[in-house]
Design a protein around this ligand. Sequence first.
Ligand SMILES: Cc1cc2nc3c(=O)[nH]c(=O)nc-3n(C[C@H](O)[C@H](O)[C@H](O)COP(=O)(O)OP(=O)(O)OC[C@H]3O[C@@H](n4cnc5c(N)ncnc54)[C@H](O)[C@@H]3O)c2cc1C
Length: 167
Amino acid sequence: MPLERDASRKGEVIPTKIDIDTSKVRTKVLETVKEEAVGIKLEDAPVIVSGGRGMGGPQPFQTVLKELADLLHGAVGASRPPADNGWVPEHLHIGLTGKIVAPDVYIAVAISGASQHTAGCSGSKHIIAINKDPEANIFREAEFGVVGKYEEVLPAFTNKLKELLAG
Ligand SMILES: Cc1cc2nc3c(=O)[nH]c(=O)nc-3n(C[C@H](O)[C@H](O)[C@H](O)COP(=O)(O)OP(=O)(O)OC[C@H]3O[C@@H](n4cnc5c(N)ncnc54)[C@H](O)[C@@H]3O)c2cc1C
């Protein structure tokens, strides 16, 4: 049980001089990078459309993935390889060493579903996977899955969604 608050108690700040031998400090701040938030932040997005190494390069992140994310008022994310390869900014990578997210819907496109990745997205309410490999681990995590090349599945998915949204 926490103690009752006692407002009569006071603390005393005692300035202490500390001598640090900087040659012994093994961690150094080399650079401070300000994260630029463009659109919805990953942590706040109700829908995340995430791409993996299987996207093949930076372009699909700016075109097919972004188009779907925009349509769903969501954000684009990634597994670690696209960030490591410089296809997307580092702050978009999801997983053990990246962001932990828990959107309503997480769409994993061309992501194999390594445990280090799913550690960052398994809290999502619904996971949808699109992958050309029916054995991909991501299908074990996903509630819905489509086996196929994203180049074919994504445009069909996006077009159908546009139709539905148009009423
Ligand atoms: C200490 C440590 C920490 C890590 N932290 C993270 C982390 O935080 N986040 C993270 O993501 N990873 C992390 N990793 C890396 C992780 O182990 C995996 O290597 C990584 O998640 C794989 O990314 P991927 O699924 O995009 O790529 P891959 O495993 O290469 O999978 C690519 C997938 O794309 C599919 N594909 C290919 N072409 C197409 C196509 N045209 N259409 C549809 N599907 C296609 C393939 O079938 C495949 O399943 C970490 C690793 C280590 C060792």
